[in-house]
Design a protein around this ligand. Structure first.
Ligand code: KIV
Length: 271
């Protein structure tokens, strides 16, 4: 039996209620129709059409190359596969930084062309003008603080963020700013669990963690990582629920062998 709640459709309001009554929020990424359909059927609360599509779908080494048109294509595919989940779509690198009018235009395209329910962007004070402008058009916004992969070339590494007090203090302030601006939630990525718990308690909107410990309001993982489709990525926070790389490889090897040996197709598998 599924442990999911009774919501027929998950809304930003439902997420707020879940935080208030202490029910943990489940979130996973998806980038295509078939996977979205499976995880929506399993009653996931939130689907993130993450710009991690740049890595796991397109094979790039970072999230920077993916374009707004490509994100919209992924979001359209996901939206066609869901009945229940809230679908949040990442604004890709270059579609919002430094120009709040462009940020609004990009967000409107995602909402209009894909039928998404909300957008997510990375950063705090630096993007607050964009956050406010997007919200002023009635588009729900989710923040993303801590390890923000679109800034990877500034950080230089994927190690844990905000271990030093100055960075932790900026993160606390940014979380407050995002809440005050009207964001419906925040993702905290790869920061110390103690800091994530403190931030979660200090703001009233839901906080979803990835590598941010258990003291947050919910968890998010990249679907391909938790299903074991990606092999090489093994951070401490990642729990694998399947080993699909080996399962798929084994199935394909079986198929090749059956074709080569003339076992497939047999008499019942033809007309
Ligand atoms: O793009 C993504 O998958 C994300 C998650 C890691 C939160 O932003």
């Amino acid at each position: 039996m599924s442990a999911a709640n009774e919501y027929k459709k998950v809304t930003t309001h439902a997420l707020q209620e879940m935080k208030e009554r202490g029910e943990k929020i489940s979130m996973l990424t998806a980038y295509d129709f078939s996977m979205a359909r499976i995880i929506d059927d399993a009653n996931i609360d939130v689907i993130l059409v993450g710009d991690s599509a740049s890595n796991v779908m397109a094979g790039h080494i970072s999230t920077l190359p993916i374009t707004l048109d490509q994100m919209i294509y992924h979001a359209q595919s996901v939206i066609r596969g869901i009945d229940r989940a809230l679908v949040v779509v990442d604004l890709p690198f270059g579609s919002y930084q430094g120009d709040s009018k462009e940020a609004l235009k990009s967000s409107i395209r995602i909402m209009k062309e894909a039928g998404a329910h909300a957008i997510k962007l990375e950063g705090g004070a630096e993007v607050i003008e964009s956050v406010k402008r997007i919200l002023s058009a009635g588009i729900p916004v989710m923040g993303h603080l801590g390890l923000t992969p679109q800034s990877i070339f500034k950080f230089g590494t994927y190690t844990v963020r905000a271990k030093e007090e100055a960075e932790a203090e900026k993160l606390r302030t940014d979380a407050q700013l995002l809440e005050e601006a009207g964001c419906f939630g925040i993702v905290l990525e790869k920061i110390p669990a103690k800091l994530a718990e403190e931030v979660t308690k200090s703001i009233s909107i839901p906080v979803i963690g990835i590598g941010a410990g258990a003291g947050v309001d919910g968890q998010v993982l990249v679907l391909h990582d938790m299903l074991g489709i990606t092999k090489e990525f093994s951070p401490r926070f990642l729990r694998r629920y399947a080993n699909l790389y080996d399962d798929i490889k084994g199935a394909v090897e079986g198929y090749i062998s059956d074709v080569k040996s003339r076992d497939f197709p047999n008499d019942k598998e033809q007309y």
